[in-house]
Each structure stands twice: as C-alpha cells, then as structure tokens.
Write a protein that binds this ligand. Structure first.
Ligand SMILES: Nc1ncnc2c1ncn2[C@@H]1O[C@H](COP(=O)(O)OP(=O)(O)OP(=O)(O)O)[C@@H](O)[C@H]1O
Ligand SMILES: [Mg+2]
Length: 278
C-alpha cells in the first residue's frame, strides 16, 4: 500500500468506511481497482496532481472506464472532480501516477495530442464560441480533419436535430441547453472513443437538465464511452453504469449507479442534501 492510499476502513475524511451489507457499493481500494481495470479503455492510477507546486488536489486517484461504459463522478464541491478530468485531458500537470488509454500511457500528454487519439473533453463553462454559428462551432471541432466534416456533421445533427435546424444561428443566442448540445456536438465531431463531460447539466432548468442527461445517455448508446462529472448526483447515478464518489482528491466509493444512490452511507457522508433531493 502506498502513502497515497486510504488505510483499510478509514475514509479520506477520517470517517470509518464500510460498504453497506447487501449493496454492490465498494469502498475504493487499490486492489479492487487493479482487479477490475485490466481491460479498461481509460484509466487513472494513483494520480497526484494540482495547480501549485507542493499543493496536490488529487491525492492518488484511481478511476477506470471500460469500453462503452457511462461512468459518473460525484462528490462534494472542491473534491477535485474537475481537476481529475482536466488531469486526464492534459490540462493540469500530473506529478505522479499515470493515465492510460487502451493500455498505452498518456500521462501529461497535452489536449491537442489527446484529441486525435480519441479523447474528447467538454468543460463546464465557456464551452462554445458564442460569436460563431452552430455550424462554425462544429467545424472548429473537426479542424484537425476537415474532410470528415460532412460525415460527422450528419452524425451530430442526427443525434441533435435542432443543431441542424439552427446551423446558421450564433451559438451565443441559443438557450443554455442548446449551447450544451453544441459543446457536446463539437467534441463528437472528432469521433472520440471517450468523452469527458464536466457538469453538463449545471445552470440549466430542470427540463433542460433532463434533456442533457437523455442526450448523454444517447451519446453513450452510440458506442462512445462517457466519463461525466455531475453535481446533480441522483440524475447522474440513475443513468450511469458505474459511479465514483470522489472526496478530497481520492475515489472513496464505487459501484453501480443505482447502488450508490441507494447506499445510505454514501448519501449521508458524501451527498448530503444533494443525494436526498429526490
Ligand atoms: N486554477 C486553479 N488554481 C488553483 N487552485 C484551483 C484551480 N482550480 C481549482 N482549484 C482548487 O482545486 C480544488 C479542487 O477543485 P475542483 O474544481 O477540481 O473541484 P470540484 O470537485 O470540481 O468542485 P465543484 O463541485 O465545485 O466543481 C479546490 O480547492 C479548488 O480551489
Ligand atoms: Mg468542478
């Protein structure tokens, strides 16, 4: 066991952890991660990363996503959820640990190197070019492979027909939900194998949030592996195959989405009112 690991039975918050009996929820352990992640499409192993020298935000995070999976990451504010996505996408430096894609190490590869390898990322904010039209936004997504534009535009507008209807409209004049579709569509233009989504439902009306979760599931059903961070824990866990609860820069619990949302310890310790808000 490395220094970064959670001691058996003690959670990162110092609270004793025990998986609830009869639940498929597991306390995250290095052994459990290693046993389950061998065939993963994308995995993070003992990742330590942060923004300032000597201050780590991720403290040995393990995570994996199998091909075709929809994986959710939930946890309190400041837990490091966005940092984890950014570290896997080369936007935050990793000081130790590694990230692998299809078994090939990609630790600290930059975003522009990861996109052609099949990794897409949709940040939470500022994720569209407001002054450009919908079509121009989608063109930007595929600028590395302009010949693919027509085929991918068809794919994205089949998935989100409204983007086809609004192709000439400036992205800045769209509703929040439509903008989120543009952002996801742009990432899909490069035909990613895995899409990293940071809080796609944030700031949207409940109806639009439902639409975003539906769209995310739809994207996943086209065969794209999805790793999604969400504040809307219940909705996220409802649609995901497997979830992680991140706490203080470490994966604390994992399990099927439905088990996590029903696990009283997870709800009580990590989700608080978010988890109870049914
Ligand atoms: N650019 C930055 N520079 C310095 N510290 C940062 C930066 N971005 C985030 N942090 C710090 O890293 C920690 C984790 O932030 P992060 O954004 O990963 O959390 P999060 O789990 O995504 O939270 P939220 O639910 O609020 O989005 C926080 O303490 C935050 O203040
Ligand atoms: Mg965040």
């Amino acid at each position: 066991m490395s220094d970064n690991e959670t001691e058996a039975g003690i959670g990162p918050t110092g609270v004793p952890l025990e998986a609830t009996p009869e639940s498929d929820t597991e306390v995250c352990s290095r052994e459990g991660h290693l046993a389950a992640s061998q065939e993963a499409l994308l995995r993070a192993d003992e990742v330590v990363a942060g923004y300032l020298p000597g201050v780590s935000i991720l403290n040995g995070t393990d995570l994996y996503a199998n091909e075709g999976e929809l994986v959710g990451i939930i946890g309190p504010n400041g837990a490091g959820k966005s940092t984890l996505l950014k570290a896997m996408f080369g936007l935050v430096g990793i000081t130790s640990g590694k990230v692998t894609l299809r078994g090939k190490e990609i630790t600290n590869r930059k975003a522009h190197q990861l996109v052609p390898l099949g990794v897409g990322f949709v940040p939470q904010t500022n994720n569209v070019f407001a002054a450009l039209t919908v079509e121009e936004n989608l063109e930007m997504g595929v600028f590395l492979r302009p010949k693919a534009f027509k085929k991918r535009f068809e794919f994205v507008t089949d998935l989100f027909p409204i983007l086809g209807e609004r192709r000439a409209q400036r992205a800045g004049s769209l509703s929040g939900g439509e903008r989120q579709m543009v952002a996801m569509g742009r990432a899909l233009m490069m035909e990613p194998s895995v899409l990293l989504l940071d809080e796609p439902s944030a700031g949207l009306s409940p109806a639009m949030q439902d639409e975003v979760f539906f769209n995310t599931k739809q994207i996943n059903q086209t065969g794209v592996t999805v790793v999604m961070v969400e504040q809307n824990a219940r909705r996220c866990l409802q649609i995901c195959d497997r979830g992680y609860v991140l706490d203080q820069g470490r994966s604390a619990y994992t399990g099927p989405g439905a088990s996590l949302i029903d696990d009283p310890k997870v709800v009580e310790l990590y989700l608080g009112t978010l988890g109870k808000a049914r």
